[in-house]
Ligand binder design. Structure first.
Ligand SMILES: [Zn+2]
Length: 446
Protein backbone atom coordinates (compact mmCIF):
# COMPACT_ATOMS: atom_id res chain seq x y z
CA UNK A 1 0.00 0.00 0.00
CA UNK A 2 1.19 3.49 -0.81
CA UNK A 3 1.40 6.08 1.95
CA UNK A 4 -0.84 9.12 1.80
CA UNK A 5 0.73 12.47 2.66
CA UNK A 6 -1.24 15.65 3.31
CA UNK A 7 1.05 18.64 2.80
CA UNK A 8 -0.28 21.88 4.28
CA UNK A 9 1.18 24.57 2.04
CA UNK A 10 -1.11 27.50 2.87
CA UNK A 11 -4.38 28.39 4.59
CA UNK A 12 -3.85 26.21 7.67
CA UNK A 13 -2.83 29.11 9.93
CA UNK A 14 -5.23 31.72 8.54
CA UNK A 15 -8.24 32.44 6.38
CA UNK A 16 -6.79 32.95 2.90
CA UNK A 17 -4.03 31.68 0.54
CA UNK A 18 -5.25 28.08 0.48
CA UNK A 19 -3.05 25.37 -0.96
CA UNK A 20 -2.90 21.68 -0.06
CA UNK A 21 -0.82 19.00 -1.75
CA UNK A 22 -2.15 15.46 -1.47
CA UNK A 23 0.53 12.85 -2.08
CA UNK A 24 -0.38 9.28 -2.93
CA UNK A 25 2.87 7.32 -3.27
CA UNK A 26 4.84 9.54 -5.65
CA UNK A 27 1.86 11.20 -7.29
CA UNK A 28 0.58 14.55 -6.08
CA UNK A 29 -2.72 16.34 -6.56
CA UNK A 30 -2.59 20.02 -5.56
CA UNK A 31 -5.81 21.50 -4.25
CA UNK A 32 -6.27 25.28 -4.67
CA UNK A 33 -3.68 28.06 -5.02
CA UNK A 34 -5.07 31.15 -3.35
CA UNK A 35 -4.09 34.64 -2.30
CA UNK A 36 -4.55 36.40 1.05
CA UNK A 37 -5.72 39.81 0.00
CA UNK A 38 -5.36 41.71 3.29
CA UNK A 39 -1.58 41.20 3.04
CA UNK A 40 -1.67 42.95 -0.31
CA UNK A 41 -4.14 45.72 0.55
CA UNK A 42 -2.09 46.89 3.52
CA UNK A 43 0.44 48.31 1.08
CA UNK A 44 -1.18 51.13 -0.83
CA UNK A 45 -1.16 50.96 -4.63
CA UNK A 46 0.12 47.38 -4.74
CA UNK A 47 -0.24 45.99 -8.22
CA UNK A 48 -0.41 42.22 -7.70
CA UNK A 49 -0.11 41.52 -11.43
CA UNK A 50 3.39 42.96 -11.54
CA UNK A 51 4.71 41.40 -8.32
CA UNK A 52 7.05 38.44 -8.33
CA UNK A 53 5.99 35.21 -6.57
CA UNK A 54 8.89 35.46 -4.10
CA UNK A 55 7.84 38.98 -3.03
CA UNK A 56 4.25 37.82 -2.52
CA UNK A 57 5.47 34.80 -0.53
CA UNK A 58 7.60 37.10 1.65
CA UNK A 59 4.50 39.27 2.28
CA UNK A 60 2.57 36.15 3.34
CA UNK A 61 0.12 36.88 0.54
CA UNK A 62 0.45 33.61 -1.39
CA UNK A 63 1.32 30.06 -0.21
CA UNK A 64 4.99 29.41 0.46
CA UNK A 65 5.38 26.43 -1.85
CA UNK A 66 9.13 26.07 -1.28
CA UNK A 67 8.23 22.98 0.79
CA UNK A 68 7.24 21.30 -2.49
CA UNK A 69 10.86 21.13 -3.69
CA UNK A 70 11.66 18.75 -0.79
CA UNK A 71 8.75 16.45 -1.55
CA UNK A 72 9.62 13.24 -3.36
CA UNK A 73 6.83 13.15 -5.92
CA UNK A 74 5.39 14.70 -9.06
CA UNK A 75 2.38 17.00 -9.29
CA UNK A 76 -0.09 15.36 -11.68
CA UNK A 77 -3.02 17.76 -11.39
CA UNK A 78 -4.00 21.08 -9.84
CA UNK A 79 -7.69 21.32 -8.91
CA UNK A 80 -9.60 24.36 -7.67
CA UNK A 81 -12.93 23.96 -5.89
CA UNK A 82 -14.39 27.42 -6.58
CA UNK A 83 -13.57 30.86 -7.92
CA UNK A 84 -12.86 32.87 -4.75
CA UNK A 85 -9.45 34.52 -4.85
CA UNK A 86 -8.28 32.73 -1.70
CA UNK A 87 -8.58 29.56 -3.81
CA UNK A 88 -7.46 30.64 -7.30
CA UNK A 89 -5.63 33.96 -6.79
CA UNK A 90 -2.11 32.48 -6.74
CA UNK A 91 -2.53 30.29 -9.85
CA UNK A 92 -0.97 32.96 -12.04
CA UNK A 93 2.08 33.15 -9.72
CA UNK A 94 2.69 29.47 -8.88
CA UNK A 95 1.07 27.11 -11.38
CA UNK A 96 3.80 27.46 -14.02
CA UNK A 97 6.23 25.69 -11.64
CA UNK A 98 4.28 22.45 -12.04
CA UNK A 99 3.77 20.56 -15.28
CA UNK A 100 0.15 19.69 -14.60
CA UNK A 101 -3.29 20.62 -15.90
CA UNK A 102 -5.56 22.91 -13.88
CA UNK A 103 -8.99 21.38 -13.36
CA UNK A 104 -12.00 23.41 -12.24
CA UNK A 105 -15.73 23.74 -12.89
CA UNK A 106 -16.66 25.92 -15.91
CA UNK A 107 -17.36 29.15 -13.96
CA UNK A 108 -14.15 28.72 -11.92
CA UNK A 109 -12.12 27.78 -15.01
CA UNK A 110 -13.29 30.93 -16.78
CA UNK A 111 -12.13 33.04 -13.82
CA UNK A 112 -8.78 31.19 -13.75
CA UNK A 113 -8.27 31.97 -17.43
CA UNK A 114 -8.89 35.65 -16.69
CA UNK A 115 -6.34 35.54 -13.83
CA UNK A 116 -3.75 34.00 -16.14
CA UNK A 117 -4.47 36.56 -18.88
CA UNK A 118 -4.01 39.56 -16.58
CA UNK A 119 -0.71 38.24 -15.16
CA UNK A 120 2.25 40.37 -16.23
CA UNK A 121 5.32 38.46 -14.95
CA UNK A 122 4.80 34.75 -15.45
CA UNK A 123 3.63 32.94 -18.54
CA UNK A 124 1.27 30.26 -17.25
CA UNK A 125 0.91 27.60 -19.90
CA UNK A 126 -0.76 24.84 -17.90
CA UNK A 127 -3.86 23.68 -19.75
CA UNK A 128 -7.07 24.76 -17.96
CA UNK A 129 -9.62 21.96 -18.16
CA UNK A 130 -13.24 22.67 -17.25
CA UNK A 131 -14.95 19.76 -15.49
CA UNK A 132 -18.49 19.91 -14.15
CA UNK A 133 -19.78 18.65 -10.82
CA UNK A 134 -20.51 14.93 -11.08
CA UNK A 135 -17.68 14.31 -13.57
CA UNK A 136 -14.36 12.51 -13.08
CA UNK A 137 -10.81 12.92 -14.32
CA UNK A 138 -8.27 10.11 -14.45
CA UNK A 139 -5.15 11.57 -12.81
CA UNK A 140 -3.06 8.35 -13.05
CA UNK A 141 -4.17 4.74 -13.61
CA UNK A 142 -4.60 4.52 -9.79
CA UNK A 143 -5.98 7.96 -8.96
CA UNK A 144 -9.24 9.54 -10.01
CA UNK A 145 -10.54 13.03 -9.23
CA UNK A 146 -14.29 13.57 -8.86
CA UNK A 147 -16.17 16.82 -8.31
CA UNK A 148 -19.23 16.73 -6.04
CA UNK A 149 -21.77 19.58 -6.09
CA UNK A 150 -22.07 21.75 -2.97
CA UNK A 151 -23.30 25.27 -2.18
CA UNK A 152 -21.27 28.32 -1.14
CA UNK A 153 -21.36 32.11 -1.72
CA UNK A 154 -20.17 31.68 -5.30
CA UNK A 155 -21.72 29.52 -8.02
CA UNK A 156 -20.32 26.24 -9.35
CA UNK A 157 -18.58 25.27 -6.08
CA UNK A 158 -17.59 21.63 -5.53
CA UNK A 159 -15.90 19.24 -3.16
CA UNK A 160 -13.03 17.25 -4.64
CA UNK A 161 -13.07 13.50 -3.97
CA UNK A 162 -9.75 11.88 -4.77
CA UNK A 163 -10.25 8.16 -5.29
CA UNK A 164 -7.19 6.02 -4.50
CA UNK A 165 -6.54 2.33 -3.83
CA UNK A 166 -6.32 3.27 -0.13
CA UNK A 167 -9.73 4.95 -0.10
CA UNK A 168 -11.12 8.40 -0.76
CA UNK A 169 -9.64 11.72 0.30
CA UNK A 170 -12.38 14.36 0.43
CA UNK A 171 -11.34 18.00 0.14
CA UNK A 172 -14.23 20.12 1.48
CA UNK A 173 -13.27 23.78 1.02
CA UNK A 174 -15.58 25.82 1.11
CA UNK A 175 -19.22 24.96 1.61
CA UNK A 176 -22.57 25.54 3.21
CA UNK A 177 -25.31 23.00 3.70
CA UNK A 178 -28.04 24.87 1.82
CA UNK A 179 -31.18 22.95 0.99
CA UNK A 180 -32.98 25.91 -0.62
CA UNK A 181 -30.39 27.82 -2.62
CA UNK A 182 -31.69 30.58 -4.92
CA UNK A 183 -29.34 29.56 -7.73
CA UNK A 184 -28.17 26.06 -8.57
CA UNK A 185 -29.08 22.80 -6.85
CA UNK A 186 -28.60 21.83 -3.18
CA UNK A 187 -25.45 19.86 -2.29
CA UNK A 188 -25.40 16.33 -3.77
CA UNK A 189 -26.28 14.59 -0.49
CA UNK A 190 -26.87 11.22 -2.18
CA UNK A 191 -23.34 11.22 -3.61
CA UNK A 192 -21.79 12.42 -0.33
CA UNK A 193 -23.52 9.62 1.58
CA UNK A 194 -22.35 7.10 -1.04
CA UNK A 195 -18.75 8.31 -0.66
CA UNK A 196 -19.10 7.89 3.10
CA UNK A 197 -20.19 4.28 2.55
CA UNK A 198 -17.35 3.59 0.06
CA UNK A 199 -14.79 4.64 2.67
CA UNK A 200 -13.21 8.06 3.18
CA UNK A 201 -9.65 7.89 4.53
CA UNK A 202 -9.31 11.60 5.15
CA UNK A 203 -11.58 14.63 5.22
CA UNK A 204 -9.84 17.98 4.75
CA UNK A 205 -12.32 20.68 5.67
CA UNK A 206 -12.62 24.41 6.23
CA UNK A 207 -13.35 25.66 9.76
CA UNK A 208 -14.05 29.34 8.94
CA UNK A 209 -17.40 29.48 10.78
CA UNK A 210 -16.92 26.51 13.14
CA UNK A 211 -16.84 28.97 16.08
CA UNK A 212 -20.42 30.02 15.29
CA UNK A 213 -23.06 27.81 16.88
CA UNK A 214 -26.03 26.40 15.00
CA UNK A 215 -26.60 26.27 11.28
CA UNK A 216 -25.89 28.77 8.52
CA UNK A 217 -29.20 30.08 7.15
CA UNK A 218 -30.02 29.33 3.53
CA UNK A 219 -29.37 31.86 0.77
CA UNK A 220 -33.18 32.02 0.47
CA UNK A 221 -33.15 33.75 3.88
CA UNK A 222 -30.67 36.33 2.56
CA UNK A 223 -32.97 36.95 -0.40
CA UNK A 224 -35.90 37.50 1.98
CA UNK A 225 -33.82 39.91 4.08
CA UNK A 226 -32.79 41.93 1.02
CA UNK A 227 -36.34 42.01 -0.36
CA UNK A 228 -37.74 43.00 3.04
CA UNK A 229 -35.41 46.00 3.22
CA UNK A 230 -35.84 47.07 -0.40
CA UNK A 231 -39.61 46.70 -0.60
CA UNK A 232 -40.75 46.90 3.01
CA UNK A 233 -40.83 50.71 3.19
CA UNK A 234 -43.29 53.58 2.67
CA UNK A 235 -40.40 55.79 1.55
CA UNK A 236 -40.36 54.23 -1.89
CA UNK A 237 -39.20 57.36 -3.72
CA UNK A 238 -35.86 57.81 -1.95
CA UNK A 239 -32.50 57.06 -3.50
CA UNK A 240 -31.31 53.50 -2.77
CA UNK A 241 -27.84 52.07 -3.31
CA UNK A 242 -26.96 48.43 -2.70
CA UNK A 243 -23.47 47.03 -2.28
CA UNK A 244 -22.54 43.35 -2.17
CA UNK A 245 -19.86 40.82 -3.16
CA UNK A 246 -19.39 41.05 -6.92
CA UNK A 247 -18.65 37.31 -7.07
CA UNK A 248 -21.93 36.45 -5.30
CA UNK A 249 -24.03 35.91 -8.43
CA UNK A 250 -26.99 34.39 -6.56
CA UNK A 251 -27.26 37.47 -4.31
CA UNK A 252 -26.89 39.91 -7.20
CA UNK A 253 -29.63 38.08 -9.08
CA UNK A 254 -31.92 38.43 -6.04
CA UNK A 255 -31.22 42.18 -5.90
CA UNK A 256 -31.83 42.57 -9.65
CA UNK A 257 -35.15 40.73 -9.28
CA UNK A 258 -36.09 43.07 -6.44
CA UNK A 259 -35.24 46.09 -8.60
CA UNK A 260 -37.67 44.92 -11.29
CA UNK A 261 -40.38 44.37 -8.64
CA UNK A 262 -39.75 47.91 -7.36
CA UNK A 263 -40.15 49.28 -10.90
CA UNK A 264 -36.54 50.46 -10.91
CA UNK A 265 -33.79 49.78 -13.45
CA UNK A 266 -30.94 47.73 -11.96
CA UNK A 267 -27.45 49.00 -12.78
CA UNK A 268 -24.26 47.08 -11.95
CA UNK A 269 -21.34 49.40 -11.26
CA UNK A 270 -17.64 48.63 -10.87
CA UNK A 271 -14.87 46.70 -12.57
CA UNK A 272 -15.27 43.51 -10.55
CA UNK A 273 -19.07 43.61 -10.96
CA UNK A 274 -18.49 43.66 -14.72
CA UNK A 275 -15.93 40.85 -14.49
CA UNK A 276 -18.00 38.36 -12.44
CA UNK A 277 -21.32 39.17 -14.11
CA UNK A 278 -19.71 38.72 -17.54
CA UNK A 279 -18.34 35.36 -16.40
CA UNK A 280 -21.79 34.33 -15.13
CA UNK A 281 -23.41 35.23 -18.46
CA UNK A 282 -20.74 33.33 -20.43
CA UNK A 283 -21.15 30.19 -18.30
CA UNK A 284 -24.94 30.21 -18.12
CA UNK A 285 -25.38 31.38 -14.51
CA UNK A 286 -27.02 34.61 -15.62
CA UNK A 287 -28.99 35.65 -18.66
CA UNK A 288 -28.48 38.80 -20.60
CA UNK A 289 -31.02 40.63 -18.49
CA UNK A 290 -33.52 42.86 -20.23
CA UNK A 291 -33.25 46.26 -18.61
CA UNK A 292 -29.99 45.56 -16.74
CA UNK A 293 -26.97 47.68 -17.59
CA UNK A 294 -23.39 47.00 -16.47
CA UNK A 295 -20.60 49.56 -16.27
CA UNK A 296 -17.03 48.64 -15.38
CA UNK A 297 -14.70 51.46 -16.38
CA UNK A 298 -14.52 54.53 -14.21
CA UNK A 299 -15.58 56.88 -17.01
CA UNK A 300 -18.68 54.91 -17.91
CA UNK A 301 -19.58 54.45 -14.22
CA UNK A 302 -19.37 58.22 -13.71
CA UNK A 303 -21.52 58.83 -16.79
CA UNK A 304 -24.13 56.34 -15.54
CA UNK A 305 -24.25 57.97 -12.10
CA UNK A 306 -24.70 61.37 -13.74
CA UNK A 307 -27.58 60.01 -15.84
CA UNK A 308 -29.23 58.56 -12.72
CA UNK A 309 -29.12 62.03 -11.16
CA UNK A 310 -30.71 63.73 -14.17
CA UNK A 311 -33.38 61.09 -14.77
CA UNK A 312 -34.22 60.62 -11.08
CA UNK A 313 -32.74 58.41 -8.37
CA UNK A 314 -36.12 56.78 -7.78
CA UNK A 315 -35.98 55.21 -11.27
CA UNK A 316 -32.80 53.22 -10.61
CA UNK A 317 -31.28 50.67 -8.26
CA UNK A 318 -27.50 50.97 -8.45
CA UNK A 319 -25.68 47.83 -7.26
CA UNK A 320 -22.05 48.66 -6.65
CA UNK A 321 -18.64 47.60 -5.33
CA UNK A 322 -17.34 48.84 -1.98
CA UNK A 323 -19.11 46.84 0.78
CA UNK A 324 -15.87 46.59 2.79
CA UNK A 325 -15.29 50.34 2.37
CA UNK A 326 -12.42 49.69 -0.04
CA UNK A 327 -10.91 53.04 -1.03
CA UNK A 328 -11.36 53.53 -4.77
CA UNK A 329 -14.49 51.35 -4.96
CA UNK A 330 -17.64 53.03 -6.27
CA UNK A 331 -19.35 53.37 -2.87
CA UNK A 332 -16.30 55.13 -1.39
CA UNK A 333 -16.14 57.47 -4.37
CA UNK A 334 -19.85 58.30 -3.94
CA UNK A 335 -19.30 58.85 -0.19
CA UNK A 336 -16.39 61.18 -0.94
CA UNK A 337 -18.51 63.22 -3.35
CA UNK A 338 -16.18 62.28 -6.21
CA UNK A 339 -19.10 61.43 -8.52
CA UNK A 340 -22.18 63.36 -9.52
CA UNK A 341 -24.44 60.98 -7.59
CA UNK A 342 -25.64 63.14 -4.72
CA UNK A 343 -26.44 61.42 -1.42
CA UNK A 344 -29.32 63.30 0.21
CA UNK A 345 -31.12 63.10 3.53
CA UNK A 346 -33.10 59.85 3.74
CA UNK A 347 -31.32 58.02 0.93
CA UNK A 348 -30.80 54.35 1.76
CA UNK A 349 -27.53 52.46 1.59
CA UNK A 350 -27.91 48.67 1.88
CA UNK A 351 -24.85 46.59 2.76
CA UNK A 352 -25.73 43.08 1.60
CA UNK A 353 -22.50 41.83 3.16
CA UNK A 354 -20.98 41.42 6.58
CA UNK A 355 -17.68 43.03 7.52
CA UNK A 356 -14.83 40.60 6.95
CA UNK A 357 -13.36 40.85 10.47
CA UNK A 358 -9.93 42.31 9.81
CA UNK A 359 -8.88 45.66 11.29
CA UNK A 360 -8.26 47.15 7.87
CA UNK A 361 -11.81 46.34 6.69
CA UNK A 362 -13.37 47.46 9.96
CA UNK A 363 -11.62 50.82 9.65
CA UNK A 364 -12.42 51.29 5.94
CA UNK A 365 -16.03 50.33 6.48
CA UNK A 366 -16.36 52.73 9.42
CA UNK A 367 -14.98 55.53 7.27
CA UNK A 368 -17.32 54.99 4.35
CA UNK A 369 -20.40 54.54 6.58
CA UNK A 370 -19.62 57.70 8.51
CA UNK A 371 -19.10 59.75 5.36
CA UNK A 372 -22.43 58.49 3.97
CA UNK A 373 -24.25 59.25 7.23
CA UNK A 374 -22.76 62.75 7.28
CA UNK A 375 -24.47 63.28 3.93
CA UNK A 376 -27.79 62.16 5.43
CA UNK A 377 -27.88 58.52 4.32
CA UNK A 378 -29.74 55.84 6.28
CA UNK A 379 -27.56 52.73 6.56
CA UNK A 380 -28.86 49.11 6.48
CA UNK A 381 -26.08 46.97 7.79
CA UNK A 382 -25.37 43.25 7.38
CA UNK A 383 -28.35 42.33 5.19
CA UNK A 384 -26.56 39.08 4.61
CA UNK A 385 -26.06 35.43 5.47
CA UNK A 386 -22.73 33.66 5.29
CA UNK A 387 -21.57 31.19 2.67
CA UNK A 388 -19.67 29.09 5.22
CA UNK A 389 -20.93 26.15 7.26
CA UNK A 390 -21.53 26.79 10.97
CA UNK A 391 -20.81 24.25 13.72
CA UNK A 392 -23.89 22.05 13.35
CA UNK A 393 -23.46 21.91 9.56
CA UNK A 394 -19.97 20.57 10.20
CA UNK A 395 -21.42 17.99 12.58
CA UNK A 396 -23.79 16.86 9.84
CA UNK A 397 -21.09 16.60 7.18
CA UNK A 398 -18.74 14.74 9.49
CA UNK A 399 -21.37 12.11 10.31
CA UNK A 400 -22.40 11.83 6.66
CA UNK A 401 -18.82 11.24 5.48
CA UNK A 402 -17.58 9.28 8.50
CA UNK A 403 -13.88 9.67 7.61
CA UNK A 404 -11.03 7.76 9.29
CA UNK A 405 -9.02 10.98 9.68
CA UNK A 406 -10.02 14.64 9.86
CA UNK A 407 -7.72 17.52 8.97
CA UNK A 408 -9.01 21.06 9.65
CA UNK A 409 -7.79 23.61 7.07
CA UNK A 410 -8.81 27.10 5.93
CA UNK A 411 -9.04 28.75 9.35
CA UNK A 412 -6.98 29.78 12.36
CA UNK A 413 -6.29 28.02 15.65
CA UNK A 414 -9.46 29.44 17.19
CA UNK A 415 -11.77 28.10 14.49
CA UNK A 416 -9.78 24.84 14.27
CA UNK A 417 -10.14 24.50 18.06
CA UNK A 418 -13.89 24.96 17.88
CA UNK A 419 -14.11 22.43 15.07
CA UNK A 420 -12.04 20.03 17.13
CA UNK A 421 -14.35 20.22 20.13
CA UNK A 422 -17.34 19.48 17.87
CA UNK A 423 -15.48 16.56 16.28
CA UNK A 424 -14.55 15.17 19.71
CA UNK A 425 -18.26 15.23 20.55
CA UNK A 426 -18.82 12.85 17.62
CA UNK A 427 -16.10 10.48 18.88
CA UNK A 428 -12.92 11.68 17.20
CA UNK A 429 -9.86 12.53 19.24
CA UNK A 430 -7.03 14.97 18.68
CA UNK A 431 -3.73 13.36 17.79
CA UNK A 432 -5.18 9.97 16.94
CA UNK A 433 -7.64 10.73 14.17
CA UNK A 434 -7.95 14.53 14.10
CA UNK A 435 -4.75 16.23 13.07
CA UNK A 436 -3.83 19.87 13.55
CA UNK A 437 -1.44 20.67 10.74
CA UNK A 438 0.32 24.02 10.30
CA UNK A 439 1.54 25.69 7.10
CA UNK A 440 4.70 23.98 5.92
CA UNK A 441 4.04 20.62 7.62
CA UNK A 442 3.33 17.23 6.12
CA UNK A 443 1.03 14.71 7.73
CA UNK A 444 1.68 11.10 6.84
CA UNK A 445 -1.23 8.67 6.98
CA UNK A 446 0.31 5.20 6.98
ZN1 LIG B 1 -14.83 30.59 -0.68
Amino acid sequence: MKDIGIIAVGGYNEVGRNMTAIKIGKDIVVMDMGIRLDRVQIHEDTDVESLHASDLIAMGAIPDDSIMSHVDGKVRAIACTHGHLDHIGAISKLAHKYKAPIIATPFTADLINQEIKSERIFGVENPVMPMSAGERYQVTPDIELEFVRVQHSIVDCVFAAIHTKQGIILYANDFKIDRSPTLGEPPDFARLKALGKEGVVALITETTNASISGKTPSEQIAKDLVWDVLMGTEESKSGVMVTTFSSHIARIRSIIEAAHKMGRKPVLLGRSMEKYWGTAVRTGYAERNEGLTVYGRRKSVDKALKRIMTEGKDKYLPIMTGHQGEPGAILSRVANGETEYLVESGDKVVFSAGIIPQPLNISNRYTVETKLKMRGARVYDNIHVSGHACREDHWELLRMINPEHVIPSHGNLVSHGNYLMMAEDTGYSLGSNIHLVRNGQELLLE
